[in-house]
Design a protein around this ligand. Structure first.
Ligand code: 6CS
Length: 386
């Protein structure tokens, strides 16, 4: 039995605890408690709305003491991954740097997947101000922020990781236009970054689009994911990743997509015979803050947050690369999963099959901004030179 299954049991217990927490949070009152335990006053959002004079920048109790230029405070950053995985080590590094830069006045607790529920629970908590910060995958809020579905489009971004890194850092369509769309839902994406190229895993070899016919693939919540797999003839099922190992093992789901480090870390390769390095997409994560909390931060605190986030973009690029290389080697060494790497012709065939979905997204998907899509496409073309 892999460690993940033990973690899964813990996660179920945590989801139950989270339901109680969400109820305590006031069921959707985003102006309320923005922070850690015992915080029923001094939220950033109250400060923003002017309902609480001289509120501190954050959320937790006992923030009167100052250390250097910074008021003492405690934040939480929730992630969708377990200890040692990219999102979690990112949160740990963020915490370390914030603590150093504020001479220990501000501490950040990094929380792993399951500590506060599933990915959608976590997104909801951030929106309500129940946590200050979250590493979030856009795939879990595609229903609320339709433009965020741009990240689930196959064969839109290049396969070259350096180019993706540059696009995610510099794109105005993402860092300004898309950020505004998320902020309407109290989510401020402070940075977008890649966790690496995604691969497909399945118990049948997928070498051309028609090989998908009749397969049921696990996806996140984004409705566009359904359209994408539909174009290949597959059906989809939305699940939290915590349920995925069992679903693959019992064959209630046939296939899934994830970055390679995660496939190995969650042991999906144990229950899948093939892994296709397909170039169909990279896995984008967002560092997010509750918008009202972030806007209410003192200028010096906000500057430290922004600086740290910028530094971590290069840091996490190296971290994901290291973890993905190690994950690929481990899957190859383990030997039970055949690795199939697509050549240029296969990529061209899949890319052609998915073009109608790109058009469908631009023309038909309700609530999306076609100009944002066009802008991102031309920014991508500028970087790739194609
Ligand atoms: O497949 C998922 O849902 C999970 N995959 C990754 C790489 N991170 C967290 C996410 O929830």
């Amino acid at each position: 039995m892999n460690i993940f299954n033990k973690k899964y049991l813990l996660m179920l217990a945590s989801i139950f605890a989270l339901s109680l927490l969400l109820v305590a949070c006031g069921g959707g009152d985003s102006e309320g408690d923005s922070g850690s335990e015992g915080s029923d006053e001094e939220s950033g959002s109250e400060e923003e709305s002017g309902s609480e004079e001289e509120s501190d920048s954050g959320s937790s109790e006992g923030s009167e003491e100052a250390s250097g230029d910074f008021e003492s405070d405690q934040w939480r950053m929730v992630t969708e991954e377990l200890q040692g995985e990219v999102q979690f080590v990112y949160a740990q590094e963020f915490a370390k740097r914030i603590e150093e830069k504020t001479d220990g006045a501000i501490t950040v607790e990094a929380l792993e997947y399951g500590a506060l529920g599933s990915e959608t629970d976590q997104a909801q908590l951030l929106q309500q101000g129940g946590v200050e910060l979250a590493v979030m995958s856009p795939g879990f809020t595609g229903g609320q922020v339709p433009d965020g579905q741009i990240f689930s489009m196959h064969y839109l971004f290049p396969t070259d990781q350096d180019q993706i890194h540059q696009i995610l850092k510099d794109s105005e369509a993402l860092n300004t236009d898309l950020r505004e769309k998320y902020e309407e839902h109290s989510i401020s994406p402070l940075a977008y970054w890649s966790e690496g190229q995604m691969a497909w895993t399945s118990n049948t070899a997928i070498k051309s689009p028609s090989d998908w016919e009749g397969l049921n693939v696990r996806v996140q919540e984004s409705p566009l994911m359904r359209e994408s797999y539909d174009a290949y003839g597959a059906t989809v099922q939305s699940l939290s990743w915590g349920e995925l190992y069992t679903a693959l093992d019992r064959e209630t789901v046939d296939a899934q997509e994830n970055p390679i480090f995660f496939i190995e870390s969650a042991s999906f390769n144990e229950v899948q015979d093939y892994m296709m390095i397909s170039g169909h997409n990279n896995y984008v994560a967002m560092t997010t803050a509750n918008t009202e909390w972030y806007n209410g931060l003192d200028d010096n605190v906000k500057a430290v947050v922004d600086e740290t986030i910028t530094e971590l973009q290069d840091w996490v690029f190296d971290e994901q690369k290291k973890q993905n290389e190690a994950g690929l080697q481990a899957i190859k060494d383990e030997g039970s999963t055949e690795v199939i790497e697509f050549d240029e012709d296969q990529i061209a065939e899949f890319s052609e099959a998915i073009q109608p979905v790109h058009e469908y997204y631009r023309e038909e998907v309700e609530g999306i901004d076609p100009e944002l899509f066009d802008k991102l496409k031309s920014e991508i073309e500028e970087v790739t030179g194609e």
